[in-house]
Design a protein around this ligand. Structure first.
Ligand SMILES: [Zn+2]
Length: 81
């Protein structure tokens, strides 16, 4: 499976979310449709990762305050500490 990390550096958000490529919010790192992207300037997608764990490591390295798997595609997962 393909995994991607979305980071939102908007000060009020400051999040990193791990997604599976097929997630409708991810679309293999392309993000949701333009209509759903409010402030693209703060929004960034990583390159592809082969494993959930590797994506979690990258998400933590991003320095964003709130790191978690996507609530849509990885609802029952949590990133290892
Ligand atoms: Zn997702």
């Amino acid at each position: 499976m393909n995994f991607y990390v979305h980071t939102n550096s908007e000060p009020s958000r400051n999040t990193a979310r791990v997604h599976v490529g097929y997630c409708r919010l991810c679309r293999e790192g392309k993000g949701p449709s333009d209509k759903l992207v409010r402030k693209r300037v703060f929004s960034e997608w990583s390159s592809r990762y082969d494993s959930f764990e590797a994506a979690c490591v990258a998400a933590r390295k991003s320095g964003r305050k709130d790191v978690a798997p996507c609530g849509n595609c990885l609802r029952n997962r949590s990133c290892p500490e």
